[in-house]
Write a protein that binds this ligand. Structure first.
Ligand code: AMP
Length: 401
């Protein structure tokens, strides 16, 4: 069965068509600038050439209609007709406390996703638009929602509660939710497979280090803590997000610069992180790494602050789980930067970790990069959120869940 995986943003839409049995990618692509002048579809069949089509997409239904046309193109398409798409898996950013696993989309599920929109105002409404556009064009194809927050729903109360007046939790559900859950789940289960041990016996820390970054503590297969919170702003230093700060800084800046709370929140989301600490040099870790190597002080400062935040969370989660068996690196930076991994691991010699330099310089493989010894294993596991969404979607429509 072929599964169409959809990741819908407010003006963009990414898709992959995956054969659920062989787990092979059939085609993938991206619609950009939906509802804006200059919209285009980028479509790449597996093993084929990338095609770019400039075409007006007035809304998401128009975008998905073009995606289906590209997938069914007699020359370059991947399927003959809609009957070859068995189900659609939608990435949904926020499931609140309602969803601890993927679920078949019904009217009630759509309402519950809409009810979480105040928790993810930029994402959930866009995700819903994607669902409705697919429903309009593929009315008989089952749809499944896979939530970024679901894997973290196993966190105990002491991890997810903020020390605020309790009625904020009871009245408004203000708590830690965590994000990147599909990635944390996929990577922790792959780590157990690579180590050849049951996940139920392992304490794993997953470092998802990309432009957005989060860490999770996965004890015996269940998430017990994660660094992102009510929103993706909390936790690690990121590309442009500040991560953890003293909340009193908001009022302090407001008084100094006459800014509103939402203006300051924009600074914390878009102008902070390594971009802010590097004094606006770059939010891109490749630029920072090159400049760091060349001795650029702004890049050095930003990299050190980022590395410090990762090291701090690894220590905290090791303490929380009373030990750690495996530390995993994933996402853009975690998968591709031997330098950053090396710099982080140099702080972990107290855990008896030493690096296998040859393994640390390999790319694109699931690999153990620590030397055998008494300390935890360190692994690089390329994440694959789309495959995980396809698997979960297939499990539901094939009645395995
Ligand atoms: P993601 O959000 O997971 O797509 O990750 C994006 C981040 O990964 C960007 O900051 C990239 O600069 C970074 N990245 C990608 N490739 C490399 C690389 N080879 N070395 C360092 N950073 C990289």
């Amino acid at each position: 069965m072929n599964i169409l995986v959809i990741n819908c943003g407010s003006s963009s839409l990414k898709f992959q068509l995956i054969d659920a049995q062989s787990e092979k990618l059939i085609a993938k692509g991206l619609c950009e600038r939906i509802g804006i002048d200059g919209s285009r579809l980028v479509y790449t069949p597996a093993g084929g050439k990338k095609q770019i089509t400039e075409a007006e997409m007035k809304d998401h239904t128009a975008a998905i209609s073009l995606v289906l046309k590209a997938l069914m193109d007699p020359e370059t398409g991947a399927v003959k007709d809609l009957s070859e798409i068995g189900a659609v898996g939608h990435r949904i950013v926020h499931g609140g406390e309602n969803f601890s696993k993927a679920t078949l989309i019904t009217e009630d599920v759509k309402k519950a996703i809409a009810d979480c929109s105040d928790l993810a105002p930029l994402h959930n409404p866009a995700n819903l638009i994607g669902i409705e556009a697919c429903e309009a064009l593929m009315p008989s194809v089952p749809m499944v929602a896979v939530f970024d927050t679901a894997f973290h729903q196993t966190m105990p109360e002491e991890s997810y509660l903020y020390a605020l007046p309790y009625h904020y939790y009871k009245d408004y559900r203000i708590r830690r939710y965590g994000f990147h859950g599909t990635s944390h789940e996929y990577v922790s289960s792959r780590a157990a497979a690579v180590l050849g041990k049951p996940i139920e016996e392992l304490k794993i820390i997953v470092c998802h280090l990309g432009n957005g970054a989060s860490i999770s503590a996965v004890k015996y297969g269940k998430c017990v803590d994660t660094s992102m919170g009510l929103t993706p702003l909390e936790g690690l230093v990121m590309g442009t997000r500040s991560g953890d700060i003293d909340p009193a800084i908001v009022e302090f800046i407001a008084n100094k610069e006459g800014k509103s709370v939402s203006e300051i929140l924009r600074v914390l989301n878009k102008e902070s992180g390594v971009y802010g600490v590097s004094d606006g040099f770059s939010s891109d870790f490749r630029d920072l790494e090159d400049a760091y190597e060349a001795g650029n002080e702004n890049a050095k400062r930003a990299m050190e602050v980022f590395i410090h935040s990762v090291v701090k969370y690894i220590g905290a989660y090791t303490a929380e789980m009373n030990g750690v068996d495996a530390i995993c690196f994933t996402a853009g930076v975690g998968e591709n930067s031997p330098i950053i991994r090396d710099r982080i691991l140099q702080h972990l010699t107290y855990m008896n970790i030493t690096i296998d330099e040859v393994a640390n310089h390999k790319r694109g493989e699931e690999i153990v990069i620590s030397n055998p010894g008494p300390g935890p294993n360190v692994l690089v596991i390329p994440t694959n959120e789309e495959l995980s969404i396809a698997r979960q979607t297939y499990a539901i429509v094939a009645g395995e869940n």
